[in-house]
Ligand binder design. Structure first.
Ligand SMILES: *[C@@H]1O[C@H](CO)[C@@H](O)[C@H](O)[C@H]1NC(C)=O
Ligand SMILES: *[C@@H]1O[C@H](CO)[C@@H](O)[C@H](O)[C@H]1NC(C)=O
Ligand SMILES: *[C@@H]1O[C@H](CO)[C@@H](O)[C@H](O)[C@H]1NC(C)=O
Length: 442
Protein backbone atom coordinates (compact mmCIF):
# COMPACT_ATOMS: atom_id res chain seq x y z
CA UNK A 1 0.00 0.00 0.00
CA UNK A 2 1.05 3.33 -0.79
CA UNK A 3 -0.28 5.45 1.96
CA UNK A 4 3.09 5.03 3.62
CA UNK A 5 4.59 7.11 0.91
CA UNK A 6 2.60 10.03 2.17
CA UNK A 7 4.64 10.18 5.29
CA UNK A 8 8.09 11.13 6.32
CA UNK A 9 9.75 10.31 9.51
CA UNK A 10 13.13 10.85 10.97
CA UNK A 11 13.29 7.74 13.02
CA UNK A 12 16.07 7.17 15.45
CA UNK A 13 18.68 4.58 14.63
CA UNK A 14 18.85 1.00 15.62
CA UNK A 15 18.62 -0.03 19.22
CA UNK A 16 19.60 -3.46 20.41
CA UNK A 17 16.98 -5.46 22.21
CA UNK A 18 17.07 -8.89 23.76
CA UNK A 19 15.78 -11.67 21.56
CA UNK A 20 15.55 -15.41 21.88
CA UNK A 21 18.24 -16.29 19.43
CA UNK A 22 21.33 -14.47 20.54
CA UNK A 23 23.68 -14.12 17.65
CA UNK A 24 21.55 -13.89 14.60
CA UNK A 25 18.63 -11.61 15.09
CA UNK A 26 18.12 -7.92 14.89
CA UNK A 27 15.49 -5.61 16.31
CA UNK A 28 14.79 -2.11 15.23
CA UNK A 29 12.54 0.46 16.74
CA UNK A 30 9.63 1.55 14.61
CA UNK A 31 8.27 5.04 14.82
CA UNK A 32 4.59 5.54 14.32
CA UNK A 33 3.76 8.73 12.55
CA UNK A 34 0.83 10.00 10.68
CA UNK A 35 0.01 12.46 8.08
CA UNK A 36 -3.01 14.16 9.51
CA UNK A 37 -5.95 11.85 8.89
CA UNK A 38 -7.31 12.79 12.29
CA UNK A 39 -7.23 16.32 13.71
CA UNK A 40 -5.61 17.27 17.00
CA UNK A 41 -8.98 16.87 18.66
CA UNK A 42 -9.55 13.41 17.16
CA UNK A 43 -11.87 14.30 14.29
CA UNK A 44 -11.55 12.33 11.05
CA UNK A 45 -10.18 14.45 8.18
CA UNK A 46 -10.94 13.94 4.46
CA UNK A 47 -7.37 12.65 3.99
CA UNK A 48 -8.54 9.35 5.45
CA UNK A 49 -10.33 8.72 2.14
CA UNK A 50 -7.02 8.92 0.30
CA UNK A 51 -5.59 6.32 2.64
CA UNK A 52 -8.47 3.94 1.88
CA UNK A 53 -8.10 4.68 -1.84
CA UNK A 54 -4.44 3.72 -1.67
CA UNK A 55 -5.17 0.47 0.16
CA UNK A 56 -7.50 -0.52 -2.68
CA UNK A 57 -4.80 0.39 -5.21
CA UNK A 58 -2.32 -1.87 -3.45
CA UNK A 59 -4.69 -4.79 -3.88
CA UNK A 60 -5.13 -3.89 -7.55
CA UNK A 61 -8.81 -3.16 -7.34
CA UNK A 62 -8.35 0.24 -8.90
CA UNK A 63 -9.29 3.70 -7.80
CA UNK A 64 -12.68 4.36 -6.44
CA UNK A 65 -14.77 7.23 -7.54
CA UNK A 66 -16.57 9.12 -4.85
CA UNK A 67 -20.27 9.85 -5.35
CA UNK A 68 -19.81 13.23 -3.68
CA UNK A 69 -18.34 16.31 -5.29
CA UNK A 70 -15.27 18.27 -4.38
CA UNK A 71 -13.15 15.65 -2.69
CA UNK A 72 -10.18 15.80 -5.03
CA UNK A 73 -10.14 19.58 -4.81
CA UNK A 74 -10.33 19.43 -1.06
CA UNK A 75 -7.50 16.96 -0.93
CA UNK A 76 -5.16 18.71 -3.27
CA UNK A 77 -5.74 21.97 -1.48
CA UNK A 78 -4.95 20.36 1.80
CA UNK A 79 -1.94 18.41 0.74
CA UNK A 80 0.82 20.89 1.10
CA UNK A 81 -0.26 22.85 4.16
CA UNK A 82 -1.15 19.86 6.33
CA UNK A 83 1.96 19.23 8.36
CA UNK A 84 3.14 15.85 9.37
CA UNK A 85 2.01 15.24 12.88
CA UNK A 86 3.77 13.03 15.31
CA UNK A 87 0.97 10.70 16.18
CA UNK A 88 1.96 10.39 19.77
CA UNK A 89 1.98 14.11 20.38
CA UNK A 90 -1.79 14.26 20.53
CA UNK A 91 -2.90 10.78 21.37
CA UNK A 92 -4.76 9.89 18.18
CA UNK A 93 -4.50 7.07 15.72
CA UNK A 94 -1.40 5.26 14.61
CA UNK A 95 -1.27 5.44 10.85
CA UNK A 96 1.84 3.55 9.89
CA UNK A 97 5.05 2.32 11.39
CA UNK A 98 8.48 3.24 10.14
CA UNK A 99 12.04 2.27 10.81
CA UNK A 100 15.51 2.75 9.40
CA UNK A 101 17.41 0.55 6.97
CA UNK A 102 20.70 1.03 5.17
CA UNK A 103 21.73 0.41 1.60
CA UNK A 104 25.53 0.25 1.96
CA UNK A 105 26.01 3.18 4.32
CA UNK A 106 23.06 5.32 3.34
CA UNK A 107 20.08 5.38 5.67
CA UNK A 108 16.47 5.33 4.48
CA UNK A 109 13.31 5.42 6.53
CA UNK A 110 11.12 2.58 5.42
CA UNK A 111 7.65 1.23 5.91
CA UNK A 112 7.78 -2.54 6.49
CA UNK A 113 4.88 -4.02 4.57
CA UNK A 114 3.88 -7.66 4.92
CA UNK A 115 1.22 -7.04 2.25
CA UNK A 116 3.61 -6.66 -0.72
CA UNK A 117 6.97 -8.04 -1.88
CA UNK A 118 8.90 -5.29 -3.67
CA UNK A 119 11.52 -3.00 -2.14
CA UNK A 120 11.24 0.60 -3.34
CA UNK A 121 13.44 3.59 -2.61
CA UNK A 122 13.61 6.92 -4.42
CA UNK A 123 16.22 6.93 -7.16
CA UNK A 124 18.51 9.92 -7.61
CA UNK A 125 16.34 11.14 -10.51
CA UNK A 126 13.23 11.25 -8.34
CA UNK A 127 12.97 14.73 -6.87
CA UNK A 128 10.11 16.66 -5.36
CA UNK A 129 8.76 17.36 -8.87
CA UNK A 130 8.62 13.63 -9.54
CA UNK A 131 6.84 12.96 -6.27
CA UNK A 132 9.81 12.03 -4.03
CA UNK A 133 10.17 14.70 -1.40
CA UNK A 134 12.58 13.02 1.01
CA UNK A 135 16.29 13.80 0.82
CA UNK A 136 17.57 10.20 0.87
CA UNK A 137 18.11 8.94 -2.67
CA UNK A 138 19.60 5.72 -3.88
CA UNK A 139 22.75 6.46 -5.86
CA UNK A 140 22.64 3.33 -8.04
CA UNK A 141 26.01 2.08 -6.83
CA UNK A 142 24.84 -1.54 -6.78
CA UNK A 143 24.76 -3.98 -9.67
CA UNK A 144 22.48 -2.64 -12.39
CA UNK A 145 20.25 -5.48 -13.59
CA UNK A 146 19.53 -3.57 -16.75
CA UNK A 147 15.77 -3.88 -16.43
CA UNK A 148 12.94 -2.12 -14.69
CA UNK A 149 10.01 -2.99 -12.46
CA UNK A 150 6.65 -1.46 -13.20
CA UNK A 151 3.74 -1.56 -10.85
CA UNK A 152 0.34 -0.79 -12.21
CA UNK A 153 -2.34 0.53 -9.94
CA UNK A 154 -5.79 1.78 -10.78
CA UNK A 155 -5.36 3.87 -13.87
CA UNK A 156 -1.60 4.49 -13.66
CA UNK A 157 1.81 2.89 -13.23
CA UNK A 158 5.18 3.64 -11.67
CA UNK A 159 8.54 2.40 -12.81
CA UNK A 160 11.92 1.98 -11.19
CA UNK A 161 15.30 0.57 -12.17
CA UNK A 162 16.38 -2.74 -10.64
CA UNK A 163 19.68 -3.08 -8.78
CA UNK A 164 21.18 -5.70 -6.50
CA UNK A 165 22.84 -4.20 -3.46
CA UNK A 166 23.81 -4.75 0.18
CA UNK A 167 20.95 -3.99 2.56
CA UNK A 168 21.11 -3.82 6.36
CA UNK A 169 18.21 -3.87 8.81
CA UNK A 170 19.22 -3.77 12.46
CA UNK A 171 22.47 -5.69 12.45
CA UNK A 172 21.44 -8.12 9.71
CA UNK A 173 22.94 -7.65 6.28
CA UNK A 174 21.94 -9.37 3.04
CA UNK A 175 23.92 -8.97 -0.14
CA UNK A 176 22.37 -9.00 -3.62
CA UNK A 177 19.02 -7.67 -2.44
CA UNK A 178 16.79 -6.28 -5.16
CA UNK A 179 16.43 -2.52 -4.81
CA UNK A 180 13.97 -0.71 -7.07
CA UNK A 181 15.12 2.87 -7.58
CA UNK A 182 11.96 4.79 -8.41
CA UNK A 183 12.19 7.20 -11.30
CA UNK A 184 9.00 8.94 -10.27
CA UNK A 185 6.30 8.39 -7.69
CA UNK A 186 3.63 10.72 -8.96
CA UNK A 187 0.03 9.67 -8.53
CA UNK A 188 1.34 6.64 -6.72
CA UNK A 189 2.41 8.82 -3.91
CA UNK A 190 2.20 12.54 -4.22
CA UNK A 191 4.12 13.42 -1.16
CA UNK A 192 7.19 12.76 0.88
CA UNK A 193 8.57 9.28 1.20
CA UNK A 194 11.64 7.34 1.72
CA UNK A 195 10.37 3.96 0.72
CA UNK A 196 8.76 0.65 1.35
CA UNK A 197 10.08 -2.84 2.01
CA UNK A 198 7.73 -5.63 0.97
CA UNK A 199 7.88 -8.65 3.28
CA UNK A 200 5.36 -11.01 1.66
CA UNK A 201 6.51 -13.89 -0.59
CA UNK A 202 8.55 -13.11 -3.69
CA UNK A 203 5.92 -14.87 -5.74
CA UNK A 204 4.08 -11.54 -5.44
CA UNK A 205 7.13 -9.45 -6.34
CA UNK A 206 6.80 -7.44 -9.51
CA UNK A 207 10.63 -7.36 -9.58
CA UNK A 208 10.67 -11.19 -9.74
CA UNK A 209 13.44 -11.23 -7.14
CA UNK A 210 13.68 -12.58 -3.57
CA UNK A 211 12.73 -10.28 -0.72
CA UNK A 212 15.26 -9.05 1.87
CA UNK A 213 14.26 -11.72 4.40
CA UNK A 214 14.37 -14.45 1.75
CA UNK A 215 17.93 -13.26 0.98
CA UNK A 216 18.85 -13.43 4.69
CA UNK A 217 17.58 -17.02 4.79
CA UNK A 218 19.40 -17.96 1.58
CA UNK A 219 22.62 -16.47 3.00
CA UNK A 220 22.13 -18.31 6.29
CA UNK A 221 22.15 -15.08 8.25
CA UNK A 222 19.31 -15.92 10.63
CA UNK A 223 18.90 -19.05 12.70
CA UNK A 224 15.20 -18.56 13.31
CA UNK A 225 13.40 -18.10 10.01
CA UNK A 226 10.89 -15.50 11.08
CA UNK A 227 10.29 -11.85 11.75
CA UNK A 228 7.95 -10.34 14.30
CA UNK A 229 6.14 -7.06 14.86
CA UNK A 230 5.13 -5.26 17.99
CA UNK A 231 2.90 -2.32 17.06
CA UNK A 232 2.36 0.06 19.93
CA UNK A 233 -0.53 2.41 20.46
CA UNK A 234 0.04 6.11 20.83
CA UNK A 235 -3.04 6.42 23.01
CA UNK A 236 -1.31 4.11 25.51
CA UNK A 237 2.04 5.87 25.15
CA UNK A 238 3.37 2.67 23.65
CA UNK A 239 3.67 4.00 20.11
CA UNK A 240 7.33 4.80 20.59
CA UNK A 241 8.10 1.26 21.76
CA UNK A 242 6.99 -0.30 18.45
CA UNK A 243 9.55 -2.61 16.95
CA UNK A 244 10.29 -5.25 14.39
CA UNK A 245 12.58 -8.18 15.13
CA UNK A 246 14.06 -10.28 12.36
CA UNK A 247 15.36 -13.76 13.17
CA UNK A 248 13.67 -14.16 16.54
CA UNK A 249 11.14 -12.85 19.04
CA UNK A 250 11.31 -10.31 21.81
CA UNK A 251 9.76 -11.97 24.89
CA UNK A 252 9.32 -8.62 26.60
CA UNK A 253 6.66 -7.68 24.02
CA UNK A 254 4.17 -10.53 24.41
CA UNK A 255 2.59 -12.74 27.00
CA UNK A 256 1.13 -16.24 26.97
CA UNK A 257 1.35 -18.81 24.25
CA UNK A 258 1.26 -18.31 20.51
CA UNK A 259 -1.67 -19.29 18.31
CA UNK A 260 -0.14 -20.83 15.22
CA UNK A 261 -2.04 -20.29 11.98
CA UNK A 262 -0.68 -22.18 8.96
CA UNK A 263 -0.67 -20.35 5.65
CA UNK A 264 -3.46 -21.13 3.26
CA UNK A 265 -1.46 -19.86 0.33
CA UNK A 266 2.06 -18.45 0.03
CA UNK A 267 1.68 -15.19 -1.81
CA UNK A 268 0.57 -12.76 0.83
CA UNK A 269 0.82 -13.96 4.43
CA UNK A 270 -2.56 -15.52 3.76
CA UNK A 271 -4.23 -17.62 6.41
CA UNK A 272 -7.66 -19.14 6.93
CA UNK A 273 -9.98 -17.19 9.17
CA UNK A 274 -12.71 -19.25 10.81
CA UNK A 275 -15.13 -16.49 11.63
CA UNK A 276 -15.79 -13.64 13.99
CA UNK A 277 -17.33 -13.24 17.40
CA UNK A 278 -19.26 -10.07 18.21
CA UNK A 279 -19.93 -10.04 21.93
CA UNK A 280 -21.22 -13.55 22.64
CA UNK A 281 -22.46 -14.17 19.14
CA UNK A 282 -20.22 -16.30 16.97
CA UNK A 283 -20.62 -15.97 13.24
CA UNK A 284 -18.85 -18.78 11.45
CA UNK A 285 -17.83 -17.60 8.01
CA UNK A 286 -14.67 -19.29 6.80
CA UNK A 287 -12.59 -17.08 4.57
CA UNK A 288 -9.12 -15.81 3.78
CA UNK A 289 -7.23 -13.25 5.85
CA UNK A 290 -4.16 -11.38 4.66
CA UNK A 291 -2.04 -10.24 7.59
CA UNK A 292 -0.84 -6.86 6.42
CA UNK A 293 1.31 -4.54 8.56
CA UNK A 294 1.13 -1.95 5.77
CA UNK A 295 -2.62 -1.37 6.04
CA UNK A 296 -3.85 0.96 8.76
CA UNK A 297 -7.32 -0.43 9.38
CA UNK A 298 -9.17 -3.64 8.43
CA UNK A 299 -10.77 -3.95 5.01
CA UNK A 300 -13.27 -6.77 5.37
CA UNK A 301 -15.62 -8.68 3.10
CA UNK A 302 -19.35 -8.05 3.62
CA UNK A 303 -19.66 -11.39 5.45
CA UNK A 304 -17.37 -9.94 8.13
CA UNK A 305 -17.89 -6.18 7.99
CA UNK A 306 -21.70 -6.34 8.21
CA UNK A 307 -22.11 -8.50 11.35
CA UNK A 308 -19.21 -6.81 13.14
CA UNK A 309 -20.46 -3.29 12.52
CA UNK A 310 -24.08 -4.23 13.19
CA UNK A 311 -23.05 -5.66 16.54
CA UNK A 312 -21.44 -2.37 17.51
CA UNK A 313 -24.41 -0.30 16.33
CA UNK A 314 -22.89 0.88 13.06
CA UNK A 315 -24.71 2.56 10.22
CA UNK A 316 -23.34 1.97 6.71
CA UNK A 317 -22.04 4.99 4.81
CA UNK A 318 -21.10 4.39 1.15
CA UNK A 319 -17.74 5.98 0.34
CA UNK A 320 -17.67 5.32 -3.36
CA UNK A 321 -17.15 2.71 -6.01
CA UNK A 322 -14.44 1.47 -8.33
CA UNK A 323 -17.12 0.48 -10.79
CA UNK A 324 -17.29 -3.14 -9.72
CA UNK A 325 -16.56 -2.70 -6.05
CA UNK A 326 -18.27 -0.62 -3.37
CA UNK A 327 -16.30 0.77 -0.45
CA UNK A 328 -18.51 1.16 2.61
CA UNK A 329 -17.55 2.74 5.89
CA UNK A 330 -19.54 2.49 9.10
CA UNK A 331 -20.35 5.16 11.63
CA UNK A 332 -20.41 3.58 15.08
CA UNK A 333 -21.05 4.97 18.56
CA UNK A 334 -17.64 6.11 19.85
CA UNK A 335 -18.25 4.49 23.21
CA UNK A 336 -19.25 1.05 21.93
CA UNK A 337 -17.84 -1.62 24.22
CA UNK A 338 -19.05 -4.72 22.37
CA UNK A 339 -16.08 -7.02 22.18
CA UNK A 340 -15.01 -8.13 18.73
CA UNK A 341 -12.82 -11.18 18.21
CA UNK A 342 -11.45 -12.69 15.03
CA UNK A 343 -11.18 -16.47 15.12
CA UNK A 344 -7.96 -18.00 13.83
CA UNK A 345 -7.02 -21.68 14.25
CA UNK A 346 -9.97 -22.07 16.63
CA UNK A 347 -8.86 -19.25 18.95
CA UNK A 348 -10.84 -16.05 19.47
CA UNK A 349 -8.36 -13.18 19.19
CA UNK A 350 -9.97 -10.14 20.74
CA UNK A 351 -9.58 -6.53 19.66
CA UNK A 352 -9.40 -3.71 22.18
CA UNK A 353 -12.36 -1.34 21.81
CA UNK A 354 -9.77 1.46 21.45
CA UNK A 355 -8.83 -0.02 18.11
CA UNK A 356 -12.38 -0.20 16.76
CA UNK A 357 -12.47 3.46 15.70
CA UNK A 358 -10.36 5.77 13.58
CA UNK A 359 -11.71 9.07 14.92
CA UNK A 360 -14.88 11.06 15.51
CA UNK A 361 -17.14 12.17 12.65
CA UNK A 362 -17.91 15.87 12.64
CA UNK A 363 -20.44 17.75 10.56
CA UNK A 364 -17.95 18.75 7.89
CA UNK A 365 -16.90 15.15 7.26
CA UNK A 366 -20.54 13.99 7.25
CA UNK A 367 -21.38 16.81 4.83
CA UNK A 368 -18.47 15.85 2.58
CA UNK A 369 -19.86 12.31 2.37
CA UNK A 370 -23.25 13.80 1.55
CA UNK A 371 -25.09 11.10 3.45
CA UNK A 372 -28.39 12.39 4.85
CA UNK A 373 -28.90 9.89 7.71
CA UNK A 374 -25.32 10.46 8.86
CA UNK A 375 -25.69 14.24 8.72
CA UNK A 376 -28.81 14.16 10.87
CA UNK A 377 -27.20 11.80 13.40
CA UNK A 378 -24.11 14.00 13.61
CA UNK A 379 -26.26 17.11 14.07
CA UNK A 380 -28.20 15.39 16.85
CA UNK A 381 -24.93 14.48 18.53
CA UNK A 382 -23.92 18.13 18.69
CA UNK A 383 -26.51 18.50 21.47
CA UNK A 384 -25.85 15.11 23.01
CA UNK A 385 -22.19 14.20 23.48
CA UNK A 386 -23.04 10.58 24.32
CA UNK A 387 -24.38 10.15 20.78
CA UNK A 388 -21.12 11.13 19.07
CA UNK A 389 -20.28 8.86 16.15
CA UNK A 390 -16.89 7.53 15.15
CA UNK A 391 -15.57 6.03 11.93
CA UNK A 392 -15.25 2.26 12.38
CA UNK A 393 -11.83 0.76 11.72
CA UNK A 394 -13.59 -2.19 10.03
CA UNK A 395 -14.33 -1.05 6.48
CA UNK A 396 -16.18 -3.05 3.88
CA UNK A 397 -14.94 -3.84 0.37
CA UNK A 398 -15.24 -7.24 -1.27
CA UNK A 399 -11.70 -7.19 -2.64
CA UNK A 400 -11.71 -10.97 -3.21
CA UNK A 401 -14.33 -10.77 -5.96
CA UNK A 402 -11.88 -8.79 -8.12
CA UNK A 403 -9.26 -11.53 -7.92
CA UNK A 404 -8.65 -14.14 -10.54
CA UNK A 405 -10.02 -16.62 -9.62
CA UNK A 406 -12.38 -14.83 -7.19
CA UNK A 407 -11.81 -15.44 -3.49
CA UNK A 408 -14.82 -15.62 -1.18
CA UNK A 409 -14.72 -13.72 2.11
CA UNK A 410 -11.33 -12.09 1.59
CA UNK A 411 -10.21 -9.85 4.45
CA UNK A 412 -7.22 -7.53 4.82
CA UNK A 413 -6.19 -7.49 8.46
CA UNK A 414 -4.16 -4.39 9.22
CA UNK A 415 -2.71 -2.56 12.17
CA UNK A 416 -5.97 -1.99 14.08
CA UNK A 417 -5.95 -5.72 14.82
CA UNK A 418 -2.17 -6.19 15.00
CA UNK A 419 -1.78 -3.64 17.81
CA UNK A 420 -3.50 -6.21 20.01
CA UNK A 421 -1.50 -9.23 18.91
CA UNK A 422 2.29 -9.60 18.67
CA UNK A 423 2.66 -11.23 15.28
CA UNK A 424 5.41 -13.46 13.94
CA UNK A 425 5.69 -14.28 10.27
CA UNK A 426 7.45 -17.61 10.16
CA UNK A 427 8.79 -19.54 7.17
CA UNK A 428 8.69 -22.87 9.02
CA UNK A 429 6.87 -22.32 12.32
CA UNK A 430 3.63 -24.16 11.52
CA UNK A 431 4.83 -27.79 11.77
CA UNK A 432 7.71 -26.99 9.44
CA UNK A 433 5.52 -24.97 7.08
CA UNK A 434 5.02 -21.21 6.84
CA UNK A 435 2.54 -19.62 9.20
CA UNK A 436 1.58 -16.55 11.17
CA UNK A 437 1.79 -16.78 14.96
CA UNK A 438 -0.05 -14.47 17.35
CA UNK A 439 0.53 -13.88 21.06
CA UNK A 440 -1.07 -11.24 23.27
CA UNK A 441 0.83 -7.96 23.02
CA UNK A 442 2.09 -6.40 26.21
C1 LIG B 1 22.35 -8.26 16.74
O1 LIG B 1 21.38 -7.55 17.48
C2 LIG B 1 20.75 -8.35 18.48
C3 LIG B 1 19.70 -7.51 19.11
O2 LIG B 1 19.07 -6.71 18.19
C4 LIG B 1 21.76 -8.81 19.50
O3 LIG B 1 21.12 -9.65 20.44
C5 LIG B 1 22.83 -9.59 18.79
O4 LIG B 1 23.84 -9.91 19.71
C6 LIG B 1 23.41 -8.77 17.65
N1 LIG B 1 24.28 -9.66 16.91
C7 LIG B 1 25.49 -9.29 16.52
C8 LIG B 1 26.26 -10.31 15.74
O5 LIG B 1 25.94 -8.18 16.77
C1 LIG C 1 -8.64 7.69 -5.84
O1 LIG C 1 -7.49 8.02 -6.64
C2 LIG C 1 -7.77 8.32 -7.99
C3 LIG C 1 -6.49 8.70 -8.72
O2 LIG C 1 -5.43 7.90 -8.45
C4 LIG C 1 -8.73 9.49 -8.11
O3 LIG C 1 -9.07 9.68 -9.48
C5 LIG C 1 -9.98 9.20 -7.30
O4 LIG C 1 -10.81 10.33 -7.31
C6 LIG C 1 -9.60 8.89 -5.86
N1 LIG C 1 -10.79 8.61 -5.10
C7 LIG C 1 -11.03 9.23 -3.94
C8 LIG C 1 -12.33 8.89 -3.31
O5 LIG C 1 -10.24 9.99 -3.41
C1 LIG D 1 15.58 -8.40 -14.31
O1 LIG D 1 16.74 -9.12 -14.63
C2 LIG D 1 17.07 -10.14 -13.68
C3 LIG D 1 18.43 -10.69 -14.05
O2 LIG D 1 18.47 -11.08 -15.36
C4 LIG D 1 15.98 -11.20 -13.71
O3 LIG D 1 16.26 -12.21 -12.75
C5 LIG D 1 14.66 -10.54 -13.33
O4 LIG D 1 13.59 -11.48 -13.46
C6 LIG D 1 14.38 -9.34 -14.24
N1 LIG D 1 13.27 -8.62 -13.68
C7 LIG D 1 12.21 -8.28 -14.39
C8 LIG D 1 11.16 -7.50 -13.68
O5 LIG D 1 12.09 -8.57 -15.56
Amino acid sequence: MWQHLYLVSLATWVTALPTQSSSSSGSIHLTSRRRAIVSESGRVLPEVLTVFNNTLKKYNVGSYIAPYPGLDGTLSRRQSPVPLVDQCANGGNDLLYYGPIKIRDKTFTIDFDTGSADFFVPGSACGTQQGCAGSSKYDGAGRDLGNTTSVTYGSGAVTGKNYLDTVTVGNLTATDTNVIALLQAKGFSNSQSDGLMGMAFSKLANAKQPTFVERLIAENKISSKEFCFYLGRCSDNSGSTSEMTIGGRNPSKFTGTFTTVPLKKQDYWRVAIDGVKAGDIPVAIPGDAIIDTGTTAVVASPAYAVPINEAIGGIPVPLGSTGSLELIAYAIPCDSKTQIALTFAGQDLVMNSKDMTIGTIDISFATLLNHAPLISRVKAAEANPSAVLCLSSILQADVGVTMNPPVANFNIIGDSFLKNWYSCFSYNGASGQPGVLFAKSI
